[in-house]
Ligand binder design. Structure first.
Ligand code: GGG
Length: 354
């Protein structure tokens, strides 16, 4: 079977890092005759916006719908307002394909270092954040009244439907049950007296169906502190769209930086393609210099392989990343090395071929 992958390299360092991800997939294809991938690239992003007045084609969702997966680099570049680049490409695809589960692993890989003190307790970083990815604070609901006037008022409404809240919490419980790990809900019920009280109630209700799963609940501010002081207490984490976006960048900072953080936008029903992307953005400051760390984008490739049911290859790609990190022969400047983006990809392929 040939897996069809739509590639959206996007902006800034996106094309540089996805090139290395594709290099890895092509190497795997050569090593395993039972696997075959076809790639179609789409030139969407900020440059496309500047030329065409839109981030993607009007029928972009239609064009993507029959692919087995979407591989995205990065979105956003100076000159195009960030809310336009995010909403008209990344969020449009997440919403268009109901990719309501955002899986973001936060793991201190072998060979990677943490800015935390050299305390074994603080090296115990291995969690999976299950972020709600379709509504919540990113519902796009709100208003901007009396613009420019002294009485100006801006509203940004969080939307938490029963369907949306229950399905993400249930999905996280399923992951926790299957993996035998605990599940922590991160919310803010004391201050957000509608949305997060509701979230906490739904979490409590759904937990009744999973008596075998040990559960914890944290306010997001306390959770942020414990991420830093005792990250080992978190295994599977479920949280809302905005909180998930924030705590996963915090987690990335603890586990080696954004160059090592991958994310999968999953449509669990598989009636539409899922999308895989590094968590980082387009990093305009280093774009075009050939020094961006491609490991997050390659970890996303590992997630694609897992999603296709080739967990053996997914694990091998992650092991190859750990080997490259441990050997330190090809690490980019953010990791203290001087290797180019392309040299890291080539080294990963060499490790896979060994
Ligand atoms: N790698 C995709 C990208 O550029 N993400 C930047 C970003 O701001 N993402 C926000 C989000 O994941 O909700």
């Amino acid at each position: 079977m040939t897996y069809r992958i739509a590639v959206i390299p996007g902006d800034g360092i996106g094309p540089e890092v996805t090139t290395e991800g594709l290099k890895v997939l092509k190497t795997i294809e050569e090593l395993d005759p039972s696997l075959s991938f076809s790639f179609e690239s789409f030139p969407w992003g900020c440059e496309y916006y500047t030329e065409n007045g839109k981030m993607m084609d009007d029928d972009g969702i239609e064009k993507l719908k029959d692919f087995d997966a979407i591989y995205l680099g990065a979105v956003g570049f100076p000159g195009v307002p960030d809310h336009i680049s995010l909403w008209d490409l990344l969020l449009k695809i997440r919403k268009g394909f109901d990719q309501y589960v955002n899986l973001r692993p936060i793991k201190l890989l072998n060979g990677s270092s943490t800015p935390l003190k050299d305390d074994p307790k603080l090296r115990n970083i291995d969690m999976l954040v299950v972020r709600e990815n379709s509504e919540g604070e990113y519902a796009g609901a709100g208003d901007w009244l009396f613009k420019g006037k002294p009485e100006e008022v801006v509203l940004q409404t969080g939307v938490f439907s029963r369907k949306g809240t229950e399905r993400i919490i249930r999905h996280a419980f399923e992951i926790a049950k299957e993996s035998g790990k605990s599940l922590t809900s991160i919310s803010k019920g004391n201050a957000l007296n509608y949305s997060m009280v509701f979230w906490d109630e739904v979490f409590e209700e759904v937990s009744q169906d999973y008596p075998e799963v040990t559960t914890y609940s944290y306010l997001v501010d306390a959770a942020a502190m414990f991420f830093v002081t005792d990250p080992g207490r978190f295994e599977i984490v479920v949280t809302s769209n905005l909180f998930g976006d924030i705590v996963t960048d915090l987690g990335a900072g603890l586990a080696g930086g954004l160059g090592l953080a991958a994310g999968a936008n999953i449509n669990p029903e598989r009636n539409y393609p899922s999308m895989f992307e590094p968590v980082h953005g387009s990093a305009p400051d280093i774009a075009g210099k050939g020094i961006a760390n491609p490991l997050a984008a390659v970890w996303s490739v590992s997630q694609i392989l897992d999603h296709f049911g080739h967990e053996d290859w997914g694990a091998r790609v992650l092991e190859a990343i750990e080997t490259v990190l441990t050997e330190k022969k090809a690490n980019t400047p953010d990791l203290g090395g001087d290797a180019s983006t392309s040299a890291v990809g080539t080294e990963l392929c060499r490790v896979l071929e060994e």
